[in-house]
Design a protein around this ligand. Structure first.
Ligand code: ADP
Ligand code: MG
Length: 483
């Protein structure tokens, strides 16, 4: 069910450029390392000098195959490189090598969970295709001298452009899709996912329509490189389009840019149609042929995918599906969970601690799990001390704080803070006798059959023991004394 915005249905399709994590360019041997001095990583081919010929980078193809397998797509046995012709100062050839009619990856889908109000819903976005292409160079505008320069370091950087069907129905779904796609490409290691450096850039095609009507005219928001801006840009764009239509205007197909300073989108150019690019097969490159044995070999070498791993967590560790999905948000998180679960033998407790205290502290400090000061072994030791009744749950939270703040190992912190549960029955009985004597009314009520009166006794006992009494033992002793 899609939610309407002022009576309109939002329709979004995504085009994402993932920079592939090869060392060299897609058709040349120049390096793709980020941050080098301008034009130091552009060879004769990247500069489009006459007489140079492109040679396909096998590593780029292999990454496209991995992506196809990860999203259950068809990896084409034969795909074609095409020239996409347009003029841009940072495109000296006058065309970009891409794939048009027959892309390497066809179909596939991306599924994810998202919160809608109080509900967790499962959403699947169908992919149309993913194709290999080269990036263009960059124009550097040196405003202080009033000149622009061309940097061709980025020219020929391998990209996989991943295109969805127009299946997305809200800005929240759009962000959830982009996050899931980001997770997939970084998980399988085909892209470093660095959004600031432009390794993962999204274009959102947005249109609105009244339910039941044919698709509206779309505007394409280019180069969204943060999840926060993505949401803001789409929300603004949807409001703007609805306003235009309500005012009796027609939406013009256009390419727009989001300005994070104003929070607005602005038309950059009216949109070209594919016919304007005069695509034709590149005569310099033979068809890309991928034998089934190659696909099988890649499949055999691929790491366990997040959804497969989540299924295994449900099966092997009896975790609820939601926990399993949350813990497979990143490889590092999943590894942390597995190490903790194996070391303490209590997978459910381990998942509760990681999704609770650990995540809370990570979020508060804007840290990733790799930066957590508490190791999986330490967390497992802590969980071990809860299950062997050395400490209570509330004491465990204090030990956790100590671990996080680097105060030492689990047992040392328990000792230093005096958090050991009272296992000395004599001492505990003394406290219980005092509390019973001080609360005769609760005792009466309990004996009269009001089970809730017990709470009025357990509270003060736990307090008097400074939280060190073992709740199960307290209960047992209370029953004995009042029974
Ligand atoms: P291009 O933008 O290169 O012309 P396509 O026409 O294939 O490429 O569309 C690109 C993206 O736009 C796809 O993700 C597609 O799902 C999406 N799209 C197409 N039509 C609409 C529409 N009316 N509203 C929203 N998204 C759309
Ligand atoms: Mg496009």
């Amino acid at each position: 069910m899609s939610k309407l915005v002022q009576g309109y249905e939002v329709v979004i399709g995504f085009e994402t450029h993932a920079q592939l994590s090869t060392n060299s360019k897609i058709f040349s041997r120049a390096s793709v390392a980020f941050g080098a001095e301008p034009n130091t990583q552009a060879c004769a081919l990247d500069m489009a000098l006459p007489g140079t010929l492109p040679v396909m980078n096998k590593g780029a193809v292999e990454r496209a195959i991995e992506f196809g397998l990860a999203v259950n797509a068809h990896v084409a046995e034969r795909s074609i490189f095409a020239r996409k012709n347009y003029f841009y100062p940072d495109l000296p050839k006058g065309y970009q090598i891409s794939q048009f009619e027959i892309p390497v990856v066809q179909g596939g889908e991306v599924s994810f969970f998202l919160e809608e109000g109080k509900e967790t819903v499962h959403k699947t976005v169908r992919l149309e295709r993913a194709h290999l292409e080269e990036d263009a160079g960059k124009s550097l505008h040196e405003d202080f001298i009033g000149q622009s320069g061309i940097d061709l370091n980025r020219a020929g950087t391998p990209l996989l452009e991943i295109v969805t069907q127009p299946d997305i129905r809200s800005s929240e779904e759009a962000v959830a899709y982009a996050k899931e796609l980001h997770k997939i490409v970084t998980w399988i290691g085909i892209c470093d996912g660095n959004m600031q450096e432009g390794s993962f850039r999204c274009d959102a095609n947005v249109s609105v329509r009244k339910p039941g009507e044919p698709l509206g005219t779309r505007r394409e928001i280019k180069n969204l490189n943060s999840f926060k801006f993505m949401q803001q840009a789409i929300d603004y764009e949807v409001r703007w389009q609805i306003e235009q239509i309500e005012d009796g205007h027609k939406i013009q197909q256009a390419t727009v840019l989001f300005n994070p300073d104003t929070g607005e989108t602005r038309a950059m150019r009216t949109k070209e149609d594919s016919a304007d690019y005069r695509y034709f097969p590149d005569p310099d490159l033979p068809p890309l042929v991928i034998g089934r044995d190659w696909v099988e070999r890649v499949k055999g070498e691929m790491t366990e995918l997040p959804r497969v791993m989540a299924e295994r967590f449900v099966k092997d560790y009896a975790l609820p599906e939601y926990n399993a999905t949350t813990l497979t948000q990143s490889k590092a998180m999943a590894a942390y969970f597995e190490a903790t679960a194996k070391a303490c033998g209590q997978p459910k407790l381990a998942s509760n601690w990681i999704m609770g205290e650990v995540s809370r502290r990570l979020n508060a400090g804007e840290m990733t799990i790799e930066q957590a000061p508490v190791s999986a072994a330490q967390l497992a030791a802590l969980i071990g001390r809860i299950s062997d009744s050395t400490i209570s749950n509330s004491a465990a939270r204090q030990v956790f704080e100590g671990l996080w703040n680097g105060e030492g190992e689990v047992d040392a912190i328990i000792e230093a803070k005096g958090l050991k549960q009272m296992n000395d029955t004599g001492e505990l009985e003394k406290i219980i006798d005092e509390v019973l004597a001080a609360n005769p009314k609760n005792v009466e009520e309990f004996k009269a059959g009001n089970a809730k009166a017990l709470n009025g006794l357990v509270g003060p006992i736990m307090k008097a023991s400074k939280g060190k009494a073992n709740p199960a033992q307290v209960n047992a002793l209370l029953m004995k004394k009042m029974g």
